[in-house]
Ligand binder design. Sequence first.
Ligand SMILES: [Fe+2]
Length: 357
Amino acid sequence: MNDKRYMAIPPGAIIPGCLPKFKIYVLSSNGRHTLWARNGNEVSTKQITMLANCGPTEVFIDLEEEIKYEQYLETYLGNILENQGSSDEQKAAIFSRVSTNVVKDSFETSLGLGTMNMDALRRTQSLVKNALIFIAESNSLQALAKMIGHDYKTYEHATKVLWFTVAFLRDNPDVLEQIEPDYQAFDEVQKKEILKQCGVGALLHDIGKAFVSPKILNKDGPLTAMEWEIMKRHPLSGLAMLLDTETPAFVKKAVLHHHEDFCGGGYPMSLEGQNITILARVLRITDVFDAMTSRRPYKEALSPMKAAQIMIGTPAENNKLEDGSGQDDRDQGMRLCFDEQLLRKFIQFLGKVSYGM
Ligand SMILES: [Fe+2]
């Protein structure tokens, strides 16, 4: 037996009626991987029930078929996230995996084009659409909470910013109303579309970093003045990439404004207060919150409580961020970066979902 050939996957990823194009194995009592569903076989509800009754927490695929598995997850993400038979933790892990892949591909395939790769944009739209109910209407944030303190990685960061942003907005329709004044008059389909576009903006807020060298992006220490100037171009590069796409204007503006500080002093335009588009003011909060609660090579992750205290400016802000996506290095704490009313709503929201507050 050679275990290196197999990769464990959660059984909740396999959905009756969806056709996996890879072989699936289970671990038999003698420790061997036994073929359970042949390549291309449709898995039936009966098979799934039998599997659940037998109680394995994992099934396996051939490691060589990992790409087929990734494609399967992306294609059937909507069905997988609606599957009543699997836990929120399993769904959260699957969603995070698919989303991270889509963001990574968006970065990599857009580089050199000078614009957003259209196929990547379609995949992003579809991903957010499929994940909307799971993110906005389940207890998925509690599953997300388990990912707190993980290492900061650009693509996973984008996924978590999407998650926080959509869940927060779903909980605060008054903020959605500021994004779209006719929001309350909209039907459910139109409301969903607005939320979806906000999610796309959250997922792509840093897409302009596709033009920043990985050496700078992944640098373990503080940036030099020159590197910092290059990094600060990313909101403008992001806007340029989205300019010729059908992305709504409020999303393009949010990408452009997501590093503007409420008190002025942000970049690229040093806008102030209400001149910063509302979705960007939300992203400023969710972006920094996730960056602060993620681990970096040069600093430990902060707890949600500590991050919230620093963001709201109470007291002793010694734990300022040194770089990355919450890149600000402020002597006076971070309070002036944010729309305080929005920040208070965000902290209330974290408390409501028991996100470690
Ligand atoms: Fe950014």
